[in-house]
Design a protein. Structure first.
Lengths: 112, 115
């Protein structure tokens, strides 16, 4: 069966510090991978998606970047965090051509 | 851009009651999904709908893909305490092989069940 792992679960970082969140998927190959952000009490906003290694599409301009160095690894990064980067970050995957997306457990990021 | 409005935003119900919530879009969708999110967790897929008019059940949950393709409905029968959480609808306009599934999410309906 397929599983998706995200870490860390929670993170408190000072303003101006770098960020690296990691997501890995097991039990499948060549998945589509996604990063979403969820502000408190809000819905999910798609940040980045990837259909293959090294292929990244950005949905909204922001202080973040994404990379896919391996088939089942998706990384969300920032060089210098802003207070507004605080939120709940969710990684998701689905099979090529399928609609149903499956989510990781999320990372609660607080920038102080 | 596409917007999904969910209603109600929140609801308090008693255990055993039935629950109804809906999601409306300014654009048509080819696929509707319903997710449930527990506090501090990622959303979990409940039901997927692919065809206008389709009615699909998953245990006590029933969802429908509206005929106009601009709305969807989720019903929960005989609610229990573990139904507490936030329910999100999500829609996708385009399906195709080799492409990413860019879902648009609703703002969520927060459900609280009292004993």
């Amino acid at each position: 069966s397929q599983t998706i792992h995200q870490w860390p679960a929670t993170l408190v970082q000072p303003v101006g510090s770098p960020l690296s969140l990691e997501c890995t998927v097991e039990g499948t190959s060549n998945p589509n991978l996604y990063w979403y952000r969820q502000a408190a009490g809000r819905g999910l906003q798609l940040l980045f998606y990837s259909v293959g290694i090294g292929q990244i599409s950005s949905e909204v301009p922001q202080n973040l970047s994404a990379s896919r160095p391996q088939d089942r690894q998706f990384i969300l990064s920032s060089k210098k965090l802003l207070l507004s980067d605080s939120g709940f970050y969710l990684c998701a995957w689905n099979r090529q051509g399928n609609t149903e997306a499956f989510f990781g457990q999320g990372t609660r990021l607080t920038v102080v | 851009g596409q917007q999904l409005n969910q209603s109600p935003q929140s609801m308090f119900i008693q255990e055993g009651e039935d629950v109804s919530m809906n999601c409306t879009s300014s654009s048509i969708f080819n696929t509707w999904l319903w997710y449930k999110q527990d506090p501090g967790e990622g959303p979990v897929l409940l039901i997927a709908l692919y065809k206008a008019g389709e009615l699909t059940s998953n245990g006590r949950l029933t969802a429908q893909f509206g005929i106009t393709r601009k709305d969807s409905f989720l019903n929960i029968s005989a609610s229990i305490p573990s139904d507490v959480g936030i329910y999100f609808c999500a829609g996708q306009l385009r399906r195709g092989t080799g492409t990413a599934s860019k879902l648009t999410f609703g703002t969520g309906t927060r459900l609280q069940v009292t004993l």
